[in-house]
Design a protein around this ligand. Sequence first.
Ligand SMILES: Nc1nc2c(ncn2[C@@H]2O[C@H](COP(=O)(O)OP(=O)(O)OP(=O)(O)O)[C@@H](O)[C@H]2O)c(=O)[nH]1
Ligand SMILES: [Mg+2]
Length: 280
Amino acid sequence: MSHQLLILGGPHVGKTHYVGQLYLRLTDRRRAPQYALQMAAPPTDLTAINHIIERLREGRSAGHTPSGFNEEISFTVTNLQGQEVALTFPDYAGEQVQRIVNQYLISPRWQELITQADEWLLFIRPDEVKSLEDVTNRSRSHLIEQRPRAKEALANGELSDPAFYIELLQMLRYVRGQSALILARQPRLTVALTCWDTLPNVADAPRPADQLRSCLPFLADFLAATWEPNALRILGVSSTETTLDPDMPNEDFVDGPEQKGYVVLADGTHSPDLTLLVAS
Ligand SMILES: Nc1nc2c(ncn2[C@@H]2O[C@H](COP(=O)(O)OP(=O)(O)OP(=O)(O)O)[C@@H](O)[C@H]2O)c(=O)[nH]1
Ligand SMILES: [Mg+2]
């Protein structure tokens, strides 16, 4: 069995830090045996993750993935049933995904990745969702006061965040040759709400599905209407548990970045097992 997973997300949503922390979890000899996935064949080429691993070990954040980077990290893991799962993470600059939506262009490699994957892991960073208010998230009575902002967005050809994610998912399904009228069963979709530690209202809304509904209600409705419930997961993740500085080392990380980070499960409980985001 080969599970192919594609990480999707715009710029600055936490893709690279997650992949770095996942790698460190899988290679942590002491704790790795307790995780849902174990490394079976480590990546042969560490070029794409060397930089992020180095930075995490120093307790510093890494920068933006350069636009022409496009490295892929591939490794094989086994799940608790002993089945092998091949994970391929393309580490690309998030602008590439924005370009898919803004320019309606998909490179042959992206087309291949989108079509071959049996799971899409869509990273959304709620604390950076812009509140461009429109009829999808506010009642019409509020629209008068929002007119200047809406005018500016229109002039810039700017899509609101819910429109961006819905358009992206519709385009990806189209590229796979799927009709928008049929409930999506394949690929499985995992929406990961990233940088969970930055969210102010988790005490009131501890479940990731509720957070999605509060920050992107239009997208939450779209997913409920278009994805088979069994093929849809909405989870949260904090890869670093805190906001790291690019220059000032965080002393806690120097003792082991693999001890930081958690996944927020559907019921709102936290697990230190970062592999749960990619485990089937
Ligand atoms: N507070 C907090 N910050 C995080 C977390 N994960 C990532 N960040 C920060 O978010 C920013 C973006 O993270 P990246 O992993 O570089 O994001 P990316 O999606 O790879 O971004 P691009 O390479 O620009 O597409 C960085 O400044 C990270 O330090 C987290 O779990 N919590
Ligand atoms: Mg990156």
